[in-house]
Design a protein around this ligand. Structure first.
Ligand SMILES: O=P(O)(O)OC[C@H]1O[C@](O)(CO)[C@@H](O)[C@@H]1O
Length: 544
């Protein structure tokens, strides 16, 4: 990889000059001046129709951004990513979630060895295990079939699985899925209080098997289980997914019940591995493989398509345009499907844990902005919550609108209402409503000139708010796989251009260390070596 400070490239300087020319231009004019604009800035691929024309860009912007990608060595970096170079240099590991969905015949080497056969072996185990639980051939200790599955994990060992199982709820079988992530005991007991130990399967998912929350929650659940069940039956009800086989065994999990994963899969990119066991249980192995197949297709698209037509590249470049030139601090992700209600929080970890970095790949502090703040909620709910600020607030908030042409239950009336809002919002954000239009509208409603003068300023929408329209044929396991992989690769492109390491997460360590120190202090009731604020808070907490 090239390790270039992007601000020193020729393209960056040209983008700065270009930005000062284009920054105040209204997209209304861009559309009025070019009737082919939508065609020029739309990419269709498989069942995806992605319209990026409602962005504050011209063809020159696009060309300069592509030039930036080229100067930053994106093409070679993509090859390094897919072929298993140790691009996660601070942890000295490759980044190969793509190997989890690669074709059987692929040959992807990690430290000289092809990892694909091992991946296929674990997949076969996921298939057999899921089938046996779903069809009831593998049962609980009293011989009853399983009815409930509890996934215990946090961060990447929770967010991907819970997001996908919720997104693909339509494809779910009879198993009830539950997710325990937070170390909040109230939530743990709330989740298990009505469960029957005879028919509940527990999946303990932790890449490292050292995560405090997961180990604590798993211990509590195991204790609860052992209140009514003899210890020898634990092996029928507890399975684990981890890279740390010794620690899992030490926890008391039967070695036959351990699904391995690998250090070359990052936690936040691990749903494609056995970390996604809950997904395979919830929707069946065939659907799980369709999810992976969708991601594989997106991998091929990303690796093989020229950058101008390349979805992850184009979406990543747009983020850089707004983040680094317009200085937009956040991006909203608005899925017009209630099924995708966890997608924004899943992306928060994927994007912010990856690109929330301020030291570049040479070890120097960056002097430009990196990771964007990601937030969002499904439409139309979000329209009635925070859209006021996007439409008339003072901040520029680029937004991705994700929608589906066809509903799953085939209720066209609802689908049309939902999607009418989807299209209307992006149109409103583009056009806005100027003073003349407001005045005309008020006049037609019979307002007096005095009333119009008093009120019209409040009713003006400036518009010119950028949106990407990601329109997909239908929400299926395969299209979901494509969508997730689209964002995974977008993250990669941004990291390359910002010259940061996207695949470590050192920033979460300090809080973990301090929490352990404070926890030890709780047990001795002594509070030492803290700033006065923390000290007083801890003393107040301990007086119960
Ligand atoms: O799967 P593990 O090792 O329990 O880690 C859980 C999560 O904790 C983190 O390391 C930090 O929050 C994430 O990157 C990871 O997904």
């Amino acid at each position: 990889m090239k390790n270039i400070d992007p601000t020193t490239t020729k393209a960056w300087k040209e983008l700065e000059a270009h930005f000062s020319e284009i920054k105040n231009e209204h997209m209304r004019n861009m559309f009025n001046n070019d009737e082919d604009r939508a065609d020029k800035f739309t990419i269709t691929w498989e069942d995806f129709y992605v319209d990026i024309s409602k962005n504050r860009i011209s063809e020159e912007t696009q060309n300069l951004l592509l030039k930036l990608a080229e100067e930053c060595g994106l093409e070679d970096a993509i090859e390094s990513y897919f072929t298993g170079d140790s691009i996660n240099q601070t942890e000295n590991r490759p980044v190969l979630h793509t190997a989890l969905r690669a074709e059987k015949a692929a040959d992807i080497k990690v430290r000289g060895e092809n990892v694909v056969p091992e991946v296929q072996e674990v997949k076969a185990r996921i298939r057999d295990f899921s089938n046996e639980i779903i069809n009831g051939t593998r049962r609980g200790y009293t011989g009853k079939a399983f009815t409930d599955v509890v996934n215990i994990g946090i961060g990447g060992s929770d967010l991907g699985p819970v997001m996908v199982t919720e997104s693909l709820e339509f494809y779910k079988n009879h198993l009830n899925l539950h997710f325990i992530s937070n170390v909040d005991g109230d939530h743990v007991f709330e989740t298990i209080k009505d469960l029957n130990p005879e028919t509940t399967l527990f999946l303990i998912v932790s890449k490292t098997f050292t995560t405090m929350e997961t180990l604590s929650n798993a211990t509590t659940v195991r204790e609860w289980f052992l209140k009514s069940v003899p210890e020898k039956e634990v092996s029928k009800h507890f399975v684990a997914v981890s890279t740390n086989l010794q620690k899992v065994e030490a926890f008391g999990i039967d070695p036959d019940n351990i699904f391995p994963m690998w250090d070359w899969v990052g936690g936040r990119f691990s749903l494609w591995s056995a970390v996604g066991l809950s997904i395979s249980l919830a929707i069946g192995y065939d659907n799980f493989t369709s999810l992976l197949e969708g991601a594989r297709k997106m991998d091929d698209h990303f690796r093989l398509t020229p950058f101008k037509e390349n979805l992850p590249v184009q979406l990543a470049l747009l983020t850089i345009w707004y983040n680094n030139f317009f200085k937009a601090e956040s991006e909203a992700v608005i899925p017009y499907s209630q099924y995708l209600h966890k997608f924004p929080s899943y992306l928060q970890q994927a994007i912010m844990e990856s690109n929330g970095k301020s030291v570049d790949r040479n070890g120097n502090k960056v002097n430009y902005e990196t990771g964007t703040i990601i937030w969002g909620e499904p439409g139309t709910n979000s329209q009635h919550a925070f859209f006021q600020l996007i439409h008339q607030g003072t901040k520029l908030i680029p937004a991705d609108f994700i929608g589906f042409k066809r509903s799953l239950f085939g209720n066209n009336a609802h689908q049309d209402q939902l999607m009418a809002n989807y299209f209307a919002q992006t149109e409103a954000l583009l056009h806005g409503k100027n003073a003349e239009e407001v005045e005309e509208e008020l006049k037609s409603k019979g307002f007096s000139q005095q009333e119009i003068d008093r009120i019209s300023a409040f009713k003006v929408f400036e518009g010119n708010n950028p949106t990407n329209t990601i329109l997909i044929d239908q929400l299926t396991p395969e299209s979901m796989g494509k969508l997730i992989a689209l964002y995974e690769h977008k993250i990669f492109v941004q990291g390359i251009i910002w010259n940061i390491f996207s695949y470590d997460q050192w920033g979460v360590e300090l809080g973990k260390q301090l929490a352990n120190k404070i926890l030890a202090e709780f047990s001795t009731n002594s509070v030492i070596n803290h700033d006065s604020s923390t000290k007083k808070l801890l003393e107040f907490y301990l007086k119960k």
